[in-house]
Design a protein around this ligand. Sequence first.
Ligand SMILES: Cc1ncc(COP(=O)(O)O)c(C=O)c1O
Length: 365
Amino acid sequence: MMSLVRPELSGIKPYVPGKPIDEVKRELGLETVVKLASNENPYKVPDAVLEAAKRALSEMHRYPDAASYHLVRAIAKKLGVSPDEVIVGNGSEYIIDTLMKVFVSPGDEVVYAVPSFVVYRIAASVMGAKRVEVPCKDYRHDLEAMAEAITDKTKLVFVCNPNNPTGTIVRRDELDQFFASVEGKRLLVVMDEAYFEYAKDPNYPDGLQYFRRYGNVVVLRTFSKIYGLAGLRIGYGIAPKEIVSIYNTIREVFAVNVVAQAAALAALKEDAYVSWVSMKVYEEKKKLYEALSKMGLPYVESEANFVLIKVRDSKLAFEEMLKRGVVVRPTDSFDLPNHIRVTVGTPEENEVFLKALKELLPLLR
Ligand SMILES: Cc1ncc(COP(=O)(O)O)c(C=O)c1O
């Protein structure tokens, strides 16, 4: 049977998701587990969002609106773009996958940084693309090297900003220079801004400005992170009209379910909640930095809701943390050994994490 499988699919390393809480409880017989492995928002969603989702459940016997009419218009209004410049999908991961389908034929090149979001690699591999992986420099995208890696065969360039798993950003001046150097080239730049709302650095660029300035930019955002809707699966993007049109032609017809559409529509009104979560995470991140510095563990300053920490043995760190009821993410599957990525949780969750970390310090430092 395996001989029938497309040869492009052989050797693709699978995505390793954060270990689910229930699985950890089952396997280790633990009653409480703190999951800091998937960069989720640890706080409850606002009541209005929950109520909207509950109301939508009563419509579950109907197919969703394939065009996500109201949601698309609400996103467009909020971001000051036209509704025919908005795409939505079953998570921004789905949009990444579909963009690959739209643009990449076997042999075309896809450029991205390493370590960065692993889905670029998997989705490019599925299309039989040549993967052009440009190493990060000091945990940051090396945009100069990425621009140099572009050839006539390059179709897509992914810029993950803030980057997962490092939490670092590309600054406005760097991005300006990058766009100046690729201007006029026949390729699409995908700005993956899944953690956009968490970034506080004044030099953090808004991908939308580049979308407006250049004709070949797609900006991806998501409801999974700061809006707290990871479990519902809904992401969105801003793209040139022609791309929106082809995306909508080839995507799954019902790419966003009834509940996700309703919850996202309600979530868009929750500006105060978004600011509150962003500030809370920022404050908690500072406390984590302080504790890590005291422990003498090197970490990377992050503009997102997670922190990358250098450890002696990431597998050991992961397993020992797990035994203490804390799920973190070893970054080996991102091609970054000797590091763990830890999501900023609630103050209580972060305390549990720091307590476990302290106990394990002799093994980790
Ligand atoms: C950089 C980045 N992009 C995209 C995603 C996918 O998000 P979703 O599919 O939940 O919208 C993630 C999730 O971890 C991410 O880290």
